[in-house]
Design a protein around this ligand. Structure first.
Ligand code: NDP
Length: 275
C-alpha cells in the first residue's frame, strides 16, 4: 500500500501517485481507469495537459468515493494573476467534474512575468473558499520560494520539481525540508531521456531484488521521502510501477543510486522557460 505523507497544512497525500503528462485526452479515461483499478489513489494532471476531462470521467466511472482519490491540477502560466487564476481553477473544476481539487499548484514561476506572488495570494484565497484543500508550487527555485515566504504568510505545501537519480536536486530539497515544503518529483524516471535503467547501480539492484529498473527507481524516490507519480500509458507498466512494496533497497543500494547525481536536467530550466 502506498503510504500517506502529512503536508504542512495537516492534509495527507498518498506518496505514490499516477501522472498524466502527454497522455492524449482520448486515452486518458482508459489509462486513469486502469490506474485506479490497480490501486493508485493520487492523480497528477494540469490544465495545460488538456486531459482534465478524461481524469474526471475515470474518477466518476470508478465508483470510488471522491474523498478516497487525491487530485492535483495546476495553474497554467498564461492564467497567472488574480482574476485569471480564479477563473482558471473554476474552469479546471468544470472539466474535472469536481467541486474541489486536493492540491492546486502554480505550474511554473515564470519570473519574467513577475505575477507569481499575486497568483499565490489568489491561490490562498481559493483554498480558504474550499475550491482546493491544499496549495503549492512547481518548478520554483530557492529565490522564488523565498519571495513567497517573505511577501506572503502562506508556506507552499509542496514544490513539484524535476527530480530523478541524475538530477537529484539536493539543495532545493534541503531548502524545502528546512521550510516545511514537501518535495514532489516530476520526470521521476528521467522521462526515458537517458540510460537510467542500464546505469549499473539501478541494474544491479533490479537483478538483486528480481524487479524492474523502473521499480528500483520508484523505490529510490519513496525511500528518500519524495512524493512520486510515474506516468505510463502501458497497462503492465502502470501495474508494475505500483507494485513496489514487496522489496526494500538497502542503504548501500540507495547510496549507489544517489551517486548517479550529475546535474542532468532533461526538462526546461524554470529561470529561463518562457512557454
Ligand atoms: P516519467 O519520468 O514518469 O517517465 C514517463 C516515461 O517512462 C514514459 O515514456 C513511459 O512510457 C516510461 N515508463 C513508465 N513506466 C515504465 C516502466 N515500468 N518501464 C519502462 N518505462 C516506463 O515522466 P513524466 O514527465 O511523465 O513525469 C511524471 C509526471 O510528472 C507527469 O505525468 C506529470 O504528472 C508530472 N510532470 C510535471 C511537470 C511540471 O512541470 N510540474 C513536468 C513534467 C511532468 P509509456 O507511457 O509508453 O509506458
Amino acid at each position: 500500500m502506498a503510504s500517506q505523507i502529512t503536508l504542512n497544512d495537516g492534509n495527507t497525500i498518498p506518496q505514490l501517485g499516477f501522472g498524466v503528462f502527454k497522455v492524449d485526452q482520448a486515452e486518458t479515461e482508459r489509462v486513469v481507469s486502469t490506474a485506479l483499478e490497480v490501486g493508485y489513489r493520487h492523480i497528477d494532471t494540469a490544465a495545460v495537459y488538456g486531459n482534465e476531462e478524461g481524469v474526471g470521467a475515470a474518477i466518476a466511472a470508478s465508483g470510488i468515493p471522491r474523498e478516497e482519490i487525491f487530485v492535483t491540477t495546476k495553474l497554467w502560466n498564461a492564467d497567472q494573476g488574480t482574476d485569471s487564476a480564479r477563473r482558471a481553477l473554476e474552469t479546471s473544476l468544470g472539466k474535472l467534474g469536481l467541486d474541489s481539487v486536493d492540491l492546486y499548484l502554480i505550474h511554473w514561476p515564470r519570473p519574467d512575468q513577475d505575477r507569481y506572488v499575486e497568483s499565490w495570494q489568489t491561490l490562498a484565497q481559493l483554498r480558504d473558499e474550499g475550491l482546493t484543500r491544499s496549495i503549492g508550487v512547481s518548478n520554483f527555485h530557492e529565490p522564488h520560494l523565498q519571495r513567497l515566504l517573505d511577501e506572503t504568510d502562506v508556506v507552499p505545501a509542496v514544490n513539484q520539481i524535476e527530480l530523478h537519480p541524475a538530477f537529484a536536486q539536493r539543495p532545493l530539497r534541503a531548502f524545502g525540508t528546512e521550510h516545511g515544503i514537501h518535495t514532489e518529483a516530476w520526470g521521476p524516471l528521467g522521462q526515458g531521456k537517458y540510460d537510467l535503467f542500464s546505469d549499473v547501480p539501478v541494474a544491479d539492484a533490479a537483478a538483486a531484488h528480481g524487479v524492474s529498473p523502473a521499480q528500483v527507481v520508484i523505490r529510490w524516490h519513496l525511500q528518500n521521502g519524495i512524493i512520486v507519480f510515474p506516468k505510463s500509458v502501458t497497462p503492465e507498466r502502470i501495474a508494475q510501477n505500483f507494485d513496489v512494496f514487496g522489496f526494500v533497497l538497502s542503504d548501500e543500494e540507495i547510496a549507489a543510486i544517489d551517486g548517479l547525481d550529475r546535474g542532468l536536467r532533461v526538462g526546461a530550466d524554470p529561470e529561463t522557460a518562457v512557454f
